[in-house]
Design a protein around this ligand. Structure first.
Ligand code: GLN
Length: 569
């Protein structure tokens, strides 16, 4: 079969959901048995988003092979069965870097090096490389049509399609059709202008996906079709949905995948989207109520920074058939304020990954609260490091316990490893990507995973200092997960606590709605139990009748077991 392509662009404004649209198209095409892959092209000059401020850019998504990529790759992996690699995330910075390096090596034989053809050729080469062996490649172009910096990418895909032929690539353009309350009308002008911009540079979209808050009536679709030179049938309503897992269903109902396949002359039959319908139904009407989880971090003003964590919690909720109310708690405010009021009502505490000193003491307060009040706790990366610092200070009496990341003096229970210090001086030292973790038999970690080994993705610089293992262990901290090769601590837990687990890696990157991560499933189940106990206490106090939620818990445990069986290593 020939390689086929879907190019996804966006117009009018950013944040319309191009990433989710591309991911949903991926899900629909995979559902037709096609071997797919997805790529993101980011027009900024950073080589990767690894160095970008999370307040500006949102989460950095880490792939199996340790690439620091755009958060849209997270959507792609969650919505499909694919595991992406470094080459699936392309930035203008990478492209220019590669072209300039070739120029320095004299590979252009003295020619003038230009955006067209050299930059555009490099972009096309990268698309070809990724699509090798795949039936269909979905390429999302970041940014908004009309931006100066996206032009080389748009030019590259224009050339690409004219080289491979119309039947092998479709252009899908996502725009906005706002409803104007004052006049009571849906406005098509922004869409018209955005398509004009695309046509100016030689791209005629085949499909228009229109973000709107209501179903587009036939006359509006007709009008858009006329002005944008598109078949009315290919003007699709991309209506706002209550949860992101409804997006594939919405496109499926309008036959988008069918039409794209027809255009690409792909003979691939859809199997129906029962599993998507099922999870959407679970999210819409959870059988076993809801539970409040406190996510304690410093990037709470831009919750996009915790995208994968939030989604993994939703997956844990789906597995337990409950709704998760995520409460983002500002760790800096916790530093000053009273923990009890700020964490009142949460049935689980999660400290996600983070960098730098700001808000650290607030997170430590939240961890102490979880430990002493027996609230379920899941610590991720810095969430493990701070749990160790909290334990060292408050249980072992090592008052000056800290991490070398936060201070130059003190007892470094978290430290840089000797060989890392050398790399640090050379400018890079992150431990990135997948590493194996051995789990101790009988530990909560092993029980939660349902096995004794896992492999998880990393993104951090500091490690647990092995010199402190013995004193910490003596006071009851359990090192339940260890990297067998590097001999580094990967997971910890507390003996006398109902559910207190922390990991040096980022489990959230591997969670999918249909393959919820066991740590999130277990954490949500424990939070539900805590919630039920609290309810019981209140009811007991008022001597009313108690709903023990026994069924809900039994159900959660069953789901947990089910998820263990399918979760990949
Ligand atoms: N800042 C810590 C480190 O670099 C933790 C990183 C993280 O939480 N991802 O080790």
């Amino acid at each position: 079969m020939k390689n086929k392509y879907i190019f996804v662009t966006g117009g009018v404004l950013s944040s319309l959901g191009k990433g989710l649209t591309s991911a949903s198209l991926g899900a629909l095409m995979e559902n037709r048995g096609l071997k797919i892959t997805l790529m993101k092209m980011d027009p900024y000059l950073n080589v990767d988003p690894g160095t970008m401020n999370p307040f500006q850019h949102g989460e950095v998504f880490v792939t199996e092979d340790g690439a620091e990529t755009d958060l849209d790759l997270g959507h792609y992996e969650r919505f499909t069965n694919v595991y992406l690699k470094r080459e699936n995330s392309v930035t203008a910075g990478q492209v220019y870097e590669a072209v300039i390096a070739k120029e320095r090596r004299g590979e252009y034989l003295g020619g003038t090096v230009q955006v067209i053809p050299h930059i555009t050729d490099e972009i096309k080469d990268r698309i070809r490389k990724v699509s090798r062996g795949k039936d269909l490649t979905i390429v999302e172009i970041g940014g908004t049509v009309g931006d100066i910096e996206s032009l080389p990418f748009l030019e590259a895909i224009r050339q690409f399609r004219s080289e491979i032929g119309e039947e092998n690539a479709v252009f899908v353009h996502l725009t906005l059709v706002p409803y104007l309350g004052v006049s009571g009308e849906l406005k098509t002008k922004p869409t018209q202008h955005s398509v004009q911009k695309l046509r100016e540079i030689g791209i005629q979209p085949d499909f228009l996906l229109c973000r709107t808050d209501r179903i587009l009536p036939q006359d509006i679709r007709g009008k858009i079709a006329l002005f944008c030179n598109i078949k009315a049938d290919n003007v699709v309503t991309a209506k706002d949905v209550s949860n992101i897992y409804e997006v594939p269903l919405m496109f499926y109902e309008q036959g988008v995948d069918e039409k794209i396949c027809k255009k690409l002359r792909l003979k691939a039959r859809a199997k129906g989207l029962h599993k998507w319908a099922q999870i959407s139904a679970t999210i819409a009407a959870p059988k076993y109520g809801q539970v409040d989880i406190g996510v304690v971090g410093k990037y709470v003003d831009l919750t996009e920074s915790y995208k994968s964590v939030t989604e993994a919690l939703v997956h844990g909720g789906i597995a337990n058939q409950c709704k998760i109310n995520v409460r983002y708690v500002d760790s800096e405010q916790l530093e000053q304020g009273d923990v009890e009021t700020q964490l009142a009502g949460v049935s689980g505490i999660l400290v996600p990954g983070g960098f730098g000193l700001r808000g650290v003491e607030g997170k430590i307060k939240a961890i102490e609260w979880a430990r002493t009040k027996r609230v379920p706790y899941l610590g991720i990366c810095i969430g493990l490091q701070l749990a160790i610092i909290e334990f060292a200070r408050h249980v072992c009496g090592i008052q000056k316990a800290t991490s070398r990341e936060f201070s130059n003096t003190g007892e470094f229970v978290i430290d840089l490893m000797e060989d890392q210090r050398r790399v640090e001086r050379l400018g890079g030292s992150m431990r990135l990507g997948s590493y194996v973790c051995k789990l101790s038999a009988q530990s909560l970690a092993a029980r939660t995973y349902g096995r004794n080994e896992t492999s998880e993705r990393h993104r951090h610089r500091y490690e647990v200092n092995n010199h402190y293992l013995a004193p910490l262990e003596n006071y009851g901290l359990v090192f339940s997960g260890v990297d067998p090769g590097l001999k580094l601590v990967e997971m910890i837990e507390l003996k006398d606590h109902p559910w207190f687990l922390a990991c040096q890696f980022h489990p959230e990157f591997k969670s999918k709605p249909f393959l919820p991560h066991p740590l999130f499933v277990g954490f949500v189940a424990a939070s539900l139990r805590f919630n039920a106990q609290q309810a019981k206490k209140i009811t007991n106090a008022s001597k009313g009748k108690i709903n023990t939620k026994k069924n809900s818990l039994a159900q959660s445990m069953m789901k947990m077991r089910a998820s263990r069986e399918v979760y990949p290593r």
